[in-house]
Design a protein around this ligand. Structure first.
Ligand code: NAP
Length: 493
């Protein structure tokens, strides 16, 4: 792999970077405001070429005959190569996304672990047998075919691997579409997959704008399955488009997750956890605990202590040691985040801290926004209902356990939540009552390898990170094999 950051990214089709004489888009470093590279603005034609390459590679008998163990071995080799290049990959990701280096380093470590997990799963994933009257029932889980993997900008490499690892473990071929804002590490991934020994055409990348290149993938008749991570609004377009050809579909969408801090919580742990739960990745995380529900008995104290700590978060150069929060993905996003904060104040919330772009010294060049807390928030306010996707927490008071659960569930989203309590029975009651795909008890570290990750309601459907994910990338086939002594002749003819 070339460890220099490549100046231009085209497409990766059939094991090689393609020539591109079409348009290029700028790729920014959001922390410095500099253009760091350019990326090809693909078209429906390039999508067709990539899908045809994937189809061809998928149907190649060599790939078809490969055992789960053999595919697992390739995934292990890829994991080792990513581990070897982790420093370079983390640097590329930080420079392109603006998030802190220790964060991208941890994401790459988790990605390596996930590849190893699916390497093992590829070797052990099998169908079932079922004895039936005079028949033996056998199920096969066969690869779906060509999978379009569409990922957003907030965890570009990690989310690509969340999809790619199970898709390849199950024996599919893929076409990956990164966000036009963050195409860089995907290319490195493709180079490493080639070095690991994946056949040409099994992993392809198309770059460009989502509404053009992404849409062309959704409409392509030879794409069998779409796995999409992104906003709920886009997810609805994806679903409607996939319905036209009944493509298999996984949707990982937005969230507005609640952290509930009960009166019996470990106060310091809850404070530290709720702080990290929203400001990690500058709040640009689907499972960010952006609504903080605090028991009335200590609401004011908690809000004051939270704001005190939020003001101390070190915001700045994401490459520098000691930085705790980097930049947002772009100035456009920063404007959206700031607009939400202003709307919250107009609707009656109190701005306790933050609420502004940071402009001191070098920060003025990037998209840095202060860690923000709004208090006296009602759950009906826009800031409590809509996904802000920035470093903005809203604090909502509650009195009873029932009220806390009702507020937490009063959302069109259902991705994640955390219950802060030392009462075990309460933890069990509340985790069962929350309408979300993920719940942490005294932790915000949900989404670990092997645990099904995904949402309820408008946060999507399907699960990633787990064994059952392999089923989303395969079609089950039931075979019923007759072994009776007489031929079956129900008509008696
Ligand atoms: P987005 O605008 O929905 O974009 C996601 C991806 O879809 C990008 O690659 C985008 O390409 C592409 N796209 C856009 N329009 C498309 C279309 N019509 N057809 C096909 N593809 C299209 O989301 P985002 O702003 O990048 O990401 C933030 C959202 O992702 C948040 O809502 C967050 O909660 C969600 N998210 C969810 C999870 C989860 O696991 N549930 C994880 C991470 C993020 P371009 O960027 O090139 O336009």
């Amino acid at each position: 792999m070339n460890s220099e950051i490549l100046p231009r990214y085209t497409h990766w089709i059939n094991g090689t970077a393609t020539e591109w004489d079409g348009e290029f888009l700028p790729v920014m470093n959001p922390a410095t405001g500099e253009t760091m590279s350019t990326v090809a603005k693909g078209t429906a034609e390039v999508v067709d070429t990539a899908v045809q390459a994937a189809r061809h590679a998928f149907e190649n008998p060599k790939w078809q005959r490969m055992t789960g163990n053999q595919r697992g071995k390739l995934l292990i080799k890829l994991a080792l190569l990513i581990e070897q290049h982790s420093k370079t990959l983390a640097t590329m990701e930080t420079q392109n996304v603006g998030k802190v280096l220790w964060g991208t380093t941890a994401e790459i470590k988790d990605s390596v672990e996930l590849l190893e997990y699916y390497a093992g799963a590829a070797a052990t994933f099998t169908g079932e047998t079922k004895p039936l009257p005079s028949h033996l029932g056998i199920t096969l889980h066969q690869p779906v075919g060509v999978c379009a993997l569409i990922v957003p900008w907030n965890y570009p490499l990690m989310l690509a691997i969340w999809k790619l690892a199970p898709a390849l473990a199950a024996g599919n071929a893929v076409v990956l579409k990164p966000s036009e804002l963050t195409p860089i590490t995907a290319f490195a991934l493709a180079e490493l997959a080639k070095e690991a020994g994946f056949p040409d055409g099994i992993l392809n990348i198309v770059n460009g704008v989502g509404s053009e290149v992404g849409q062309a993938l959704l409409e392509h008749p030879k794409v069998d399955k779409v796995s999409f991570t992104g906003g709920t609004q886009t997810g609805k377009i994806v679903m409607a488009t996939c319905a036209k050809t009944l493509k298999r579909l996984t949707l990982e969408l937005g969230g507005k997750s609640a952290a509930i801090v009960f009166e019996d919580a470990d106060y310091d742990a809850a404070l530290a956890g709720t702080l990290f739960g929203i400001y990690y990745s500058a709040g640009q995380s689907c499972e960010a605990r952006s609504r903080i529900l605090v028991h009335k008995s200590f609401y004011d104290q908690f809000v004051a202590d939270f704001a005190d700590k939020a003001k101390k978060i070190v915001v700045g150069d994401p490459m520098a040691k000691g930085t705790q929060m980097g930049s947002l993905i772009s100035l456009q996003r920063l404007e959206v985040v700031n607009g939400y904060v202003e709307q919250g104040v107009q609707e009656g919330a109190t701005l306790v801290c933050g609420g502004k772009r940071l402009m001191e010294g070098e920060l003025a060049k990037g998209a840095f926004y202060a860690p923000t807390l709004l208090s006296n928030v009602k759950n009906s306010m826009t800031v409590a209902q809509e996904e802000i996707f920035g470093p903005v927490a809203v604090a909502i008071p509650f009195e009873t356990e029932e009220e806390a659960v009702a507020i937490a569930n009063d959302s069109r989203y259902g991705l994640a939540g955390t219950v802060w309590t030392t009462n075990g029975a309460r933890a069990l009651r509340v985790t069962a009552a929350l309408k979300t795909g993920l719940v942490g008890v005294n932790t915000i570290m949900t989404g670990q390898t092997g645990m099904p990750f995904g949402g309820w309601k408008e946060s999507g459907f399907g699960r990633e990170l787990a064994l059952e994910t392999l089923k989303h990338y395969t079609e089950p086939k039931s075979i019923e094999w007759y072994y009776g002594t007489k031929p079956l002749n129900p008509f008696g003819l």
